[in-house]
Design a binder for this molecule. Structure first.
Ligand SMILES: [Zn+2]
Length: 46
């Protein structure tokens, strides 16, 4: 089961909830981001 939750704030990729698992993350300001974009942020932070 796959449910469209929204779109990545950074790249516009669709974020889905699959069987209760979100294939992205919700940011502190409630925007969505895919894992690819989140990893890029983590790289820039370290
Ligand atoms: Zn993205």
């Amino acid at each position: 089961m796959q449910e469209l939750v929204g779109y990545c704030h950074s790249c516009g990729k669709a974020i889905y909830c699959e069987n209760g698992f979100l294939n992205g993350t919700v940011q502190e300001d409630q925007t969505l981001e895919c894992f690819d974009c989140q990893e890029q942020h983590q790289d820039s932070m370290s």
